[in-house]
Design a protein around this ligand. Sequence first.
Ligand SMILES: O=C(O)C[C@H](O)C(=O)O
Ligand code: SF4
Length: 517
Amino acid sequence: MNQFQESMYKLIVETSTNLPADVRRAVNAAKAKEDQGTRAALSLSTIAENIEMAECNVSPICQDTGMPTFVVHCPVGANQIQMKRDIREAVQRATKDSKLRPNSVDSLTGANSGDNLGPGTPVIHFEQWEKDEIDVRLILKGGGCENKNIQYSLPAELEGLGKAGRDLDGIRKCILHAVYQAQGQGCSAGFIGVGIGGDRTTGYELAKQQLFRKVDDVNPNAELAQLEDYILDNANKLGIGTMGFGGAVTLLGCKVGVMNRLPASFFVSVAYNCWAYRRQGVLVNAATGEIQEWIYEAGQEVPMKDTAGEEAAAAAERSGQQEERREIVLQTPISEEQIRQLRVGDVVVINGHMHTGRDALHKHLIDHDAPIDLNGQVIYHCGPVMSKDENGWKVRAAGPTTSIREEPYQGDIIKKFGIRAVIGKGGMGAKTLKALQEHGAVYLNAIGGAAQYYAECFKEVEGVDFMEFGIPEAMWHLKVEGFAAIVTMDSHGNSLHADVERNSLEKLAEFKEPVFK
Ligand SMILES: O=C(O)C[C@H](O)C(=O)O
Ligand code: SF4
């Protein structure tokens, strides 16, 4: 088993950097369904480009490399203690090599362990089986989509859908509601795993296990196969679209499992996974620890470059079929006047400087001064993957994080420091919208998960504050060139997110009538 640790390292690197072929096919199919030139189609093109870049750079597809979760099946007699040690060392090494972001945070002190090891991380499940080889599967499910997991206890009364009973139709309603409540915040278009039954713990486990199924498999249970097809067809009618920008594709896959329950409980647990659906697996020789076989088809089998689509987009642009879109280049510091000219739907390209800030920083800034002058500046909700060598720090992966978590603070912080633009993903709420209007600021939506694509825009790391918060939470001062994002909340009270949410709730209500009797 002396090769086992190396095999685990390879598994981690492949999972983090190379999206498997079945997931790529689903993203390509979504791209083909969206009308060329729309926001959804352009976002999917960025996602596709990012997938290629990650493979080529052998760098994380998304900066949030998630909760490393290993599921190991091994023959009787295999040394689980040694395997666990090897997995932990491989995780540590992959973190050091910037293939994983340091993601293990002390829940009470906020201290980042720096190497992805800590109580509860990584997650390793062992199961014995009667085969000769070891099967190791890994899923890297990010925190933003994890926050969108949801568990229903039936019977329930669901927004838009009314009563959901303890039957297949009630389950149908829960799953549709789960997709609706995620909006674009889990980086749609997403995949969902559903667990019917169990208790609160095993129900969620079953839901997550479904995410190890192949995208194109067929559920052996005919009733569940029918439910999966129904959900996939109909969830896409909600019109939430990629990143919640509106569009024809919201869901890329739905897998449902079932287990027994207690008479008093009826849980429907839903695990939501973003498009950056990073899971791989290997069959390992139990004597040597070497990889014998990869379980999911490799990413390179399905290239993401779509020349036909790009030509069609260019043609659509020439013939004026494209959505109305203005592109405005802004140099920081930005003035109120420049901001007041922006409207929802505009594409803004930022040059100059950007400062990252997420949960720890926002909490801190509420009752402290900022370490730099933020007047006219841009805050980027981002927890990057960084590396350091003799030339200093380098940005390795830097997509946006879910902005809604900063909703309690953002409006006050914008006003207190004179910030003119906030970049993130998934949109923000009414309090921030009001502050944008009062102060003269905008919310810009970047494409979630496109961490390689945005990392290229950061030309220099000019400094860092609050390293004590850990790498993802520190305030990085970055020199930026050509960072493009879409205005989704402007300084005139408009919010694309509020519009899409309202429209999708209306559509959700169309699924109120029973389907499975
Ligand atoms: O932590 C992050 O970088 C992003 C997170 O996965 C999110 O989706 O908000
Ligand atoms: S940022 Fe988006 S793509 Fe990345 S882990 Fe979070 S939900 Fe997934």
